[in-house]
Structures are given as structure tokens and as C-alpha cells.
Design a protein around this ligand. Structure first.
Ligand code: AHG
Ligand code: MN
Ligand code: MN
Length: 348
């Protein structure tokens, strides 16, 4: 069997010098941190009580022991990388690394899906690499207030049955699987393509009563299946780890939604623009998928605060467009359109 290309060789072939060379180095640093986190995740309870709540994150969510450790491992891993500043979901604000002239800044969700630790369900580390702004101070939030279109690279490391890095440096989205035999990441899927159409959606349906009319109408249309206006049956999945949902969608299509809702603190949904929305949107964009707030492309949103949440809808491009058509002004037109005529299964 032909040897698979390693992550090192892929990055080496892409760039060795300049800003891109710095990105390559940073990706390798994140990959090393991912190797350690993968080992820890695999140990589970053997490594201690990883789901014990040890603190509180910036938005009041309980911080688990594994959230705390993965945050340290990512920051430690980035010590050798040309990074001036790190923003983490687990830190109150951006952290200067002391390398003020380094060309890059990294935003990270060290552990996505932390409610799944005890359940032995897939979790992940999400990252976004941005250029350092020349005129902002070392630990300035301004570095992270660039829209997602400015990302130089993004992706995640997923800890499931396999550990894999899914990466884009703006030249397609690729999967590098960590080989347990030699601990190297190897290119196992190049140029991912998300099918434009799908029959599978992912949403936390327990929040139905909190959603606005547009999201309810869209989900109703999926639930109505062949009997509804869209004449199409849907399947549903919800893992509770966005990385796992994103991975499934990259592999076989689908749509993921975490919209804003009426619960306190959820007006803009649950997911963070800088650590979750932007990297996933970059991957989707590179794989022919789409990512939107419901009103606009995620990658075009100008961040205004470091832990900003964002309503997030991503996945198969045609289905994302349908979901979008149920939002805002589009909602009214979608409802009027005979194409989306509906029977109102759950309408209150
Ligand atoms: P995190 O563990 O980083 O806080 O992110 C969890 C996110 C995301 O992974 C997942 O899709 C969603 O929160 C789950 O939300 P519910 O608890 O509402 O299901
Ligand atoms: Mn997360
Ligand atoms: Mn997290």
C-alpha cells in the first residue's frame, strides 16, 4: 500500500517561509497538543475525574477538569509557535505570549462537547489562526475582531473512535488521521465535499418552545416529511458536540442549527463566533458547504466582543439556503410560497 502523506509533508509542500510558514508551524504545534489530549481523552476515568467541575467559564458554564487541562495543553503546545496572542474559550480575555512581534494570533475552544466527557462520546479541540494586527497591542482583543474571512487556517482535532485533525489553510479541507502505530497524522481524506442536498438535520429540539417562528417553521417542515410541503423525509441527529456534528456533515452532508432563543443568555444562541462559528464556517466554505447566522454569512460577521455568541446554521449548501429562507424577511416569503406550504404539526 502506498504510504499516506503526513501532516508535516503536506504543510511542508504548502509553505516553509513567511506568514504561511508560520501558520504551518502553528498547525504542527496544535497537532502536538492534540496528540496529548487524545491520550488523556482515551484514558478517561483512568486519568482521574475529568468531568469534575473545577471553576466557571466566562459565561457561567461550569468549567470541567478536562476543560482546564486541555486549555493548559493548548497554551503550552503553542509556546514554540510564532504566536503573539491566544484567545481561549476558557480564558477571561486574550493572553499575550510575550512574542509581541510574532505574526499570528490563535483562537481556540480547547474542548468542545465537554458535557460528553463521562459518556465516552466524541469531543474535540477547535482552532482558528489569524494574522496579528500590526497596530494593536500584544494582548489586544482587536486581533480577534477580524471577520472570519481573514482566517489563515482553521480546523479541529476530533477525539472519537479515531483522532483526526480536520484542517484548511485555504486550499480545501482535509482530514489527517492520527496513526496509533507511529503517532503521526496522515492524510486520509483530501478535498472534502459536503453534498449540497441532505435529508438529515441536527438541532437540540428540546428548545422548540424557545425558538422564534422562523426556526419552528423550518423544523416543522423537516418533521412533516413526505406528507408536508417539501415532500421529503428527514432523519435527525444530535450529539451535543459540535465537532462531531461538523465531522458527520463533512463526511455525508446534513444541517446543524443552534439558533438564538428566548432563554436567558441565549438570544444569540450558544456557540461562540471566534472559537466555534468562524473555524467551522471556514471549513464549510472550503468544502462547498455554507454557514450562516440565518441573516448573513458567518465569515462576514465583524466580531465585537471576545466571547461573542452567534446563531449558527451550517452544512449542506442547498439546505442551509432553505433554512435561511425561513428567517427574518425570508420567513414571510417562505411561508407564502406554495413550495413551502405546510400543515402545521406543532404550531401553537
Ligand atoms: P462547549 O462544550 O465548548 O461548551 O460546547 C458545547 C456546544 C456544542 O458542542 C454543542 O453542539 C452544544 O454546545 C450543545 O448544546 P446543548 O447542551 O444545548 O445540547
Ligand atoms: Mn465548544
Ligand atoms: Mn469548550
Amino acid at each position: 500500500m502506498k504510504a499516506l502523506m503526513s501532516l508535516e509533508d503536506y504543510l511542508d509542500g504548502w509553505a516553509r517561509t513567511g506568514e504561511a510558514g508560520a501558520v504551518a508551524k502553528t498547525v504542527l504545534s496544535l497537532a502536538s497538543a492534540g496528540r496529548l489530549i487524545s491520550g488523556l481523552a482515551a484514558q478517561g476515568p483512568l486519568a482521574g475525574s475529568m468531568s469534575a467541575v473545577v471553576g466557571h467559564s466566562n459565561d457561567g458554564d461550569g468549567q470541567k477538569e478536562l476543560d482546564r487541562i486541555t486549555n493548559i495543553q493548548v497554551i503550552e503546545g503553542l509556546k514554540g509557535a510564532p504566536v503573539a496572542c491566544i484567545a481561549s474559550e476558557e480564558l477571561d480575555g486574550p493572553m499575550a505570549t510575550g512574542k509581541d512581534d510574532a505574526p499570528l494570533c490563535v483562537a481556540v475552544d480547547p474542548l468542545d462537547g465537554s458535557s460528553n466527557i463521562d459518556a465516552n462520546v466524541t469531543i474535540g479541540t477547535i482552532f482558528s489562526i489569524l494574522p496579528r494586527l500590526k497596530d494593536a497591542p500584544g494582548a489586544g482583543e482587536a486581533h480577534f475582531f477580524q471577520p472570519g474571512t481573514k482566517q489563515l487556517a482553521a480546523g479541529y482535532i476530533i477525539y472519537g473512535p479515531q483522532t483526526s485533525m480536520v484542517l484548511t489553510v485555504g486550499e480545501g479541507a482535509h482530514i489527517f488521521t492520527l496513526d496509533p502505530a507511529d503517532r503521526k497524522y496522515k492524510l486520509t481524506s483530501a478535498n472534502l465535499q459536503v453534498p449540497a442536498e441532505t435529508r438529515e438535520f441536527a438541532i437540540n429540539a428540546s428548545n422548540y418552545r424557545h425558538w422564534d417562528a422562523g426556526i419552528r417553521r423550518y423544523i416543522d417542515s423537516c418533521l412533516e416529511g413526505a406528507q408536508g410541503g417539501r415532500a421529503k423525509n428527514f432523519n435527525m441527529r444530535w450529539v451535543g458536540s459540535m465537532v462531531a456534528e461538523c465531522h458527520r456533515i463533512l463526511m455525508r452532508g446534513g444541517i446543524y442549527l443552534y439558533p438564538g432563543d428566548t432563554r436567558e443568555g441565549y438570544a444569540e444562541g450558544r456557540l461562540r463566533l471566534i472559537y466555534e462559528g468562524n473555524p467551522v464556517a471556514f471549513l464549510m466554505d472550503q468544502a462547498g458547504g455554507a454557514a450562516t447566522t440565518g441573516q448573513m454569512r458567518i465569515l462576514d460577521v465583524e466580531p465585537t466582543s471576545i466571547h461573542q455568541r452567534i446563531p449558527l446554521i451550517f452544512g449542506s449548501a442547498e439546505e442551509v439556503a432553505v433554512a435561511e429562507s425561513y428567517q427574518g424577511n425570508g420567513a414571510a416569503s417562505a411561508e407564502r410560497s406554495p413550495l413551502f406550504a405546510r400543515r402545521g404539526l406543532f404550531r401553537s
